[in-house]
Design a binder for this molecule. Structure first.
Ligand SMILES: [Zn+2]
Length: 159
Protein backbone atom coordinates (compact mmCIF):
# COMPACT_ATOMS: atom_id res chain seq x y z
CA UNK A 1 0.00 0.00 0.00
CA UNK A 2 2.97 2.30 0.58
CA UNK A 3 3.52 2.82 -3.15
CA UNK A 4 -0.01 4.19 -3.71
CA UNK A 5 -0.78 7.90 -3.54
CA UNK A 6 -2.39 8.84 -0.23
CA UNK A 7 -5.79 9.66 -1.82
CA UNK A 8 -5.93 6.16 -3.32
CA UNK A 9 -4.87 4.65 0.01
CA UNK A 10 -7.73 6.50 1.75
CA UNK A 11 -10.22 5.16 -0.80
CA UNK A 12 -8.98 1.59 -0.47
CA UNK A 13 -9.01 1.88 3.31
CA UNK A 14 -12.63 3.07 3.33
CA UNK A 15 -13.64 -0.34 1.93
CA UNK A 16 -11.61 -2.27 4.48
CA UNK A 17 -13.56 -3.99 7.22
CA UNK A 18 -12.42 -3.73 10.83
CA UNK A 19 -13.99 -7.13 11.40
CA UNK A 20 -16.53 -9.16 9.40
CA UNK A 21 -19.62 -6.97 8.99
CA UNK A 22 -18.07 -3.84 10.54
CA UNK A 23 -16.68 -1.32 8.05
CA UNK A 24 -13.78 0.98 8.91
CA UNK A 25 -16.03 4.00 8.32
CA UNK A 26 -15.60 7.38 10.02
CA UNK A 27 -19.06 6.95 11.57
CA UNK A 28 -18.20 3.54 13.07
CA UNK A 29 -14.81 4.70 14.33
CA UNK A 30 -16.39 7.81 15.93
CA UNK A 31 -18.89 5.58 17.79
CA UNK A 32 -15.99 3.44 19.03
CA UNK A 33 -14.08 6.51 20.25
CA UNK A 34 -17.19 7.63 22.15
CA UNK A 35 -17.53 4.17 23.73
CA UNK A 36 -13.89 4.21 24.86
CA UNK A 37 -14.28 7.74 26.30
CA UNK A 38 -17.53 6.84 28.13
CA UNK A 39 -16.12 3.63 29.62
CA UNK A 40 -13.02 5.44 30.86
CA UNK A 41 -15.18 7.27 33.45
CA UNK A 42 -15.28 3.96 35.36
CA UNK A 43 -12.17 2.08 34.23
CA UNK A 44 -9.79 1.96 31.27
CA UNK A 45 -11.36 0.31 28.23
CA UNK A 46 -9.80 -3.12 27.60
CA UNK A 47 -10.43 -6.27 25.61
CA UNK A 48 -8.98 -9.77 25.99
CA UNK A 49 -9.99 -13.32 25.09
CA UNK A 50 -8.36 -14.53 28.35
CA UNK A 51 -10.33 -16.67 30.82
CA UNK A 52 -9.56 -17.77 34.39
CA UNK A 53 -7.86 -20.88 32.99
CA UNK A 54 -6.52 -19.72 29.58
CA UNK A 55 -3.92 -16.94 29.52
CA UNK A 56 -4.18 -14.54 26.55
CA UNK A 57 -2.91 -11.03 25.76
CA UNK A 58 -4.92 -7.88 26.51
CA UNK A 59 -5.34 -4.61 24.62
CA UNK A 60 -6.23 -1.47 26.57
CA UNK A 61 -7.23 1.81 24.89
CA UNK A 62 -7.54 5.18 26.61
CA UNK A 63 -7.84 8.91 26.06
CA UNK A 64 -5.08 11.16 27.43
CA UNK A 65 -3.96 14.77 27.14
CA UNK A 66 -5.72 18.13 27.34
CA UNK A 67 -9.15 18.72 25.75
CA UNK A 68 -7.57 20.84 23.02
CA UNK A 69 -5.14 18.10 21.99
CA UNK A 70 -6.59 14.72 23.02
CA UNK A 71 -4.53 11.64 22.24
CA UNK A 72 -5.26 7.96 22.02
CA UNK A 73 -3.07 5.35 23.72
CA UNK A 74 -3.19 1.70 22.65
CA UNK A 75 -1.40 -0.65 25.07
CA UNK A 76 -0.79 -4.35 24.43
CA UNK A 77 -0.07 -6.59 27.45
CA UNK A 78 1.40 -10.07 27.50
CA UNK A 79 -0.74 -13.14 28.04
CA UNK A 80 -2.25 -13.50 31.50
CA UNK A 81 -5.21 -15.16 33.20
CA UNK A 82 -8.35 -13.36 34.29
CA UNK A 83 -8.61 -12.65 38.01
CA UNK A 84 -11.58 -13.58 40.20
CA UNK A 85 -13.07 -10.13 39.55
CA UNK A 86 -12.96 -10.70 35.78
CA UNK A 87 -10.05 -8.29 35.26
CA UNK A 88 -6.94 -9.24 33.30
CA UNK A 89 -3.91 -9.83 35.50
CA UNK A 90 -1.20 -7.57 34.12
CA UNK A 91 1.97 -9.56 34.67
CA UNK A 92 4.20 -6.55 34.20
CA UNK A 93 3.68 -2.94 35.21
CA UNK A 94 4.36 -1.75 31.65
CA UNK A 95 2.76 -2.90 28.40
CA UNK A 96 4.88 -4.85 25.91
CA UNK A 97 3.77 -2.39 23.22
CA UNK A 98 2.39 1.17 23.34
CA UNK A 99 1.12 3.33 20.50
CA UNK A 100 0.23 7.04 20.69
CA UNK A 101 -2.23 8.28 18.07
CA UNK A 102 -4.38 11.33 17.45
CA UNK A 103 -7.89 11.11 18.99
CA UNK A 104 -9.55 10.87 15.57
CA UNK A 105 -11.23 8.07 13.57
CA UNK A 106 -8.03 7.79 11.47
CA UNK A 107 -5.91 7.67 14.62
CA UNK A 108 -8.08 4.91 16.08
CA UNK A 109 -7.84 2.89 12.88
CA UNK A 110 -4.04 3.27 12.90
CA UNK A 111 -4.01 2.25 16.58
CA UNK A 112 -6.04 -0.86 15.71
CA UNK A 113 -3.60 -1.79 12.95
CA UNK A 114 -0.53 -1.21 15.14
CA UNK A 115 -2.14 -3.13 18.02
CA UNK A 116 -2.81 -6.08 15.73
CA UNK A 117 0.79 -5.94 14.43
CA UNK A 118 2.02 -6.01 18.05
CA UNK A 119 -0.19 -9.04 18.82
CA UNK A 120 1.26 -10.82 15.76
CA UNK A 121 4.79 -9.92 16.91
CA UNK A 122 3.99 -11.16 20.43
CA UNK A 123 2.86 -14.50 18.96
CA UNK A 124 6.27 -14.82 17.23
CA UNK A 125 8.00 -14.50 20.61
CA UNK A 126 10.09 -11.91 22.43
CA UNK A 127 13.67 -10.83 21.64
CA UNK A 128 15.92 -13.60 22.99
CA UNK A 129 18.96 -11.34 23.46
CA UNK A 130 16.88 -9.02 25.68
CA UNK A 131 15.54 -11.99 27.66
CA UNK A 132 19.15 -13.19 28.20
CA UNK A 133 20.06 -9.77 29.60
CA UNK A 134 20.61 -9.52 33.38
CA UNK A 135 18.04 -8.44 34.52
CA UNK A 136 15.96 -9.58 31.50
CA UNK A 137 14.12 -7.10 29.30
CA UNK A 138 10.92 -7.99 27.49
CA UNK A 139 10.88 -6.50 24.00
CA UNK A 140 9.07 -7.49 20.82
CA UNK A 141 11.13 -8.78 17.90
CA UNK A 142 11.06 -6.36 14.98
CA UNK A 143 9.57 -7.75 11.76
CA UNK A 144 12.37 -8.72 9.39
CA UNK A 145 15.02 -8.77 12.16
CA UNK A 146 16.33 -11.60 14.34
CA UNK A 147 15.67 -9.61 17.53
CA UNK A 148 14.39 -6.21 18.64
CA UNK A 149 15.65 -3.13 16.80
CA UNK A 150 18.03 -2.15 19.65
CA UNK A 151 19.69 -5.60 19.74
CA UNK A 152 19.84 -5.71 15.95
CA UNK A 153 21.76 -2.40 15.96
CA UNK A 154 24.08 -3.70 18.73
CA UNK A 155 24.82 -6.90 16.81
CA UNK A 156 25.98 -4.90 13.76
CA UNK A 157 29.13 -3.95 15.72
CA UNK A 158 31.88 -6.51 16.32
CA UNK A 159 33.16 -5.66 19.77
ZN1 LIG B 1 16.47 -7.14 22.14
Amino acid sequence: MAAMPSEVQEMVRSFVELSPGTAASVKNLEKMLECIRAQQTYQRFSVSPATRTVARPMVAICLIGPKKKPELVVDVYESALLLENGRHREQQPHPIFRSFQRWTPQGLEKGFREGNAALAALARGLCERCLAHEPPYKRLKTIGMSGCTECSIASVFRF
